[in-house]
Design a protein around this ligand. Structure first.
Ligand SMILES: *Cc1c(COP(=O)(O)O)cnc(C)c1O
Length: 463
């Protein structure tokens, strides 16, 4: 196999898994094959019918960058279980940590007792988080549970009730978090009343600027919607407990904001005694080339929320808060499974790999891939925008570059064609293709993905 010397030189080989023993991607039966179809038939009879899939993938096993389906097809994974399998599938170091822990202690409940992996992980997270002053950590099971925890803490700590979030945001699907999520109306249809005192304003989405600025005339006027409209007319800032923001919007379309957006938001919060909560569930854990996406913007929030990529696929999430913020009444919060020993050990192994070179690899491979994807724009008028940081890359698909009309159907076709050719991707936003491979992705993997996307775009014509 031809290997790019530069990638070999910069990645510490001890953090990379052993090479995959075989060719990939490799399609042997057009997916879904007979085994996949049989499983999906059983699913249709017994599983809640509301789950929607972009294509029919039924997985048997996975290793590193490769996912194998029930019929023996091998896919190159640029979805990573929604940005979750940060160190690749079943990284030997993560598997070993979980196996060792399973033989020693599986559950005892940290809300009642103590064990070392929980403290080890909290220490490592507190030490890694780019946040000034002392830090404390609370461990939970999912992104939504961590968001619930952060909002509950923000309200209890400030004695204020109002919370501000952004259009396009994704913070979870529980009754509380779906109120903060402003992604798709179907997620909240008929399930109200929702959490009271939650307000949304526009995110800094420069390709579709909410205040119609172009880069050369922009002074982050989208912030005025918060200061001059909301705070001026309807929302007294002294009643706002927290602003909840994704430093790079994920589900909303993989949108890095203008470099000034987050620093200004932070100043606004500080000036008004509002807690700034950075939801790094999707953009955190090394994906952008820094351990925390906030580091790209010099952000120093009052709380971080982590989940997805933190433990390479084991369920765990965390709220990291400044010492003086994480002060609430004894017994006011808890979690039976939160920070279970297996997930803690998986997270510790993951963090070691991320800090040992995978974060850096994500930055380097991602920067090169973004450049190459931009190169495809000359060939494919459907590509309206390529954006991202590190291995958090969005390709926005449009019918017409001058009107920027979203090409939702064409986006779906490209994703399905890529799947049929052996590449797993996911959609996000109205018409964006999300690329979020494991952070072990090499330049060769990136080139394979690029080639498949190029072929897929060639086969899709604007409607
Ligand atoms: C996925 C996601 C969540 C919710 O996580 P779950 O584990 O699905 O509850 C919250 N915030 C962001 C930014 C996410 O991407």
């Amino acid at each position: 196999m031809a290997r790019d010397k530069s990638s070999q030189a910069t990645v510490n080989s001890s953090v990379m898994p052993p090479p995959y023993p075989g060719e990939y991607p490799k399609i042997v039966v057009p997916p879904p094959g007979p085994q996949a179809k049989a499983l999906i038939e059983r699913d249709r009879r017994v599983v809640s019918q509301n789950l929607t899939r972009d294509y029919d993938l039924a997985v048997k096993r996975a290793s590193g960058m490769v996912v194998e389906d029930l019929d023996g097809n091998r896919f190159l994974d640029f979805a990573a279980g929604i940005s979750t399998v940060s160190t690749g599938h079943c990284h030997p170091a993560v598997v070993k940590a979980v196996q060792e822990q399973a033989e020693e202690l599986i559950h005892i409940c940290y809300t009642d007792f103590h064990y070392a992996p929980y403290v080890d992980l909290c220490e490592m997270l507190a030490e890694s988080a780019p946040m000034s002053g002392g830090k404390r950590v609370f461990l939970t099971n999912s992104g939504a549970e961590a968001v619930e925890t952060a909002i509950k803490l923000a309200r209890m700590r400030t004695g204020r009730q109002k919370v501000i979030a952004f259009y396009g945001a994704f913070h979870g699907r529980t009754l509380g978090t779906v109120t903060l999520t402003a992604s798709k109306p179907v997620q909240r249809l008929h399930c109200g009343p929702l959490l009271p005192e939650v307000y949304h304003t526009h995110y800094c989405y420069c390709y579709r600027c909410p205040v119609n600025r172009e880069p050369d005339t922009c002074d982050v006027q989208c912030m005025d919607l918060l200061t001059d409209s909301m705070f001026h007319h309807t929302i007294p800032p002294q009643e706002v407990a927290a602003v909840l923001v994704e430093p790079i919007q994920g589900e909303g379309g993989f949108i890095p904001p203008h470099p000034e957006f987050l620093p200004r938001l932070q100043k606004l919060c500080r000036d008004n005694g509002i807690l700034l909560i950075a939801d790094e569930v999707q953009c955190g854990m090394g994906r952008t080339g820094k351990l925390f996406a906030s580091e790209h913007f010099g952000l120093d929030p009052d709380m971080f929320i982590l989940a997805k990529g933190i433990a390479s696929g084991m369920p765990i999430s965390a709220v990291i808060a400044r010492d003086d913020v994480m002060k609430w009444n004894d017994g006011s919060h808890g979690s039976t499974f939160g920070g279970n020993p297996l997930s803690c050990r998986a997270a510790l192994a993951t963090l070691e790999l991320l800090r040992g070179g995978l974060t850096e690899n994500a930055g380097r491979v991602g920067t090169r891939l973004i450049e190459k994807l931009r190169g495809l724009m000359d060939k494919h008028p459907l590509i309206g925008d390529v954006r991202g940081l590190g291995l958090m890359i969005g390709i926005e698909v449009v019918r017409d570059r001058s009107t920027r009309e979203p090409a939702t159907a064409e986006r779906e076709q490209v994703i399905v064609k890529a799947f049929e050719k052996g590449l797993l991707t996911l959609p996000c936003g109205k018409s964006t293709i999300r690329l979020s491979p494991p952070l072990i992705c090499t330049d060769e993997d990136a080139d394979k993905a690029l080639k498949i996307l190029d072929e897929a775009f060639l086969e899709v014509r604007p409607a």
